[in-house]
Write a protein that binds this ligand. Structure first.
Ligand code: SAH
Ligand code: MG
Length: 195
């Protein structure tokens, strides 16, 4: 991968206020994936490709990443960025709404990274559970949403998102096939290991 280009992509994304993965979140994910490198990763929410490009460093040899983005302009920029970073053979972008694309996928994945519409996290979780391999991991970014999720905050226009994120935490915590931790890194990261 071309690290020089990655830095440029990161800088531009931050300038444009695109909510790319935070450095500490990325470090935590890297730690989880170090021992047992994933062959296949699914990402929900590509934006301009920054996190997917970073994740290529965590893949096993010949590993691949599928990533879904519904915003046409961002998907196009992600394609350009992936080319610039010289990782186009490792990343496949599905352009469209994950709500429509996920039910059509029938692949298996070692790692699934949920990072799209917060009001849809429980839907994404159920699709992820269907496709994740045993001993795999499901990560959900922004799970604490600026602290709203663990506070008594509930009168905001984002309350649907907050309610759904709380439900995600409840479902993953109560699922006997999962071992879930909620980490206060970045904007909150849920880590669910598949037992
Ligand atoms: N993972 C990226 C950041 C993603 S930001 C990174 O860390 O670099 C969230 C993205 O999810 C946005 O670009 C948004 O357009 C996309 N998104 C939101 N809801 C979606 C959906 N239902 N289907 C597909 N993409 C979605
Ligand atoms: Mg995020």
């Amino acid at each position: 991968m071309n690290k020089q280009e990655l830095l440029k992509i990161k800088k531009k994304a931050l300038e444009e206020k695109i909510p790319i993965i935070m450095d500490d979140t990325l470090e935590v994910i890297e730690k989880y994936l170090k021992k047992d490198k994933p062959k296949r990763i699914l990402e929900i929410g590509t934006a301009v490709g920054y996190s997917a490009i970073c994740f290529t460093e965590f893949l096993a040899e010949n590993g691949v990443i599928d990533t879904i983005e519904r915003d046409e302009k961002r998907a196009r920029e992600a394609r350009e960025n992936i080319k610039k970073a010289e990782v186009e053979e490792k990343i496949n972008i599905y352009e469209g709404d994950a709500i429509e694309i996920l039910p059509k996928l029938n692949e298996k994945y070692d790692v699934i990274f949920i990072d799209a519409a917060k009001g849809k996290y429980t839907f994404f979780l159920n699709e992820a559970l269907r496709m994740v391999n045993k001993n795999g991991i499901i990560f959900a970014d922004n799970i604490l949403y600026k602290g709203y999720v663990l506070s008594d905050y509930n009168k905001h226009k984002q309350r649907t998102a907050v309610r759904n994120l709380r439900e995600y935490i409840k479902e993953t915590s109560e699922n006997p096939n999962l071992e879930t931790e909620i980490l206060e890194v970045g904007d909150g990261l849920a880590v669910s290991k598949i037992l």
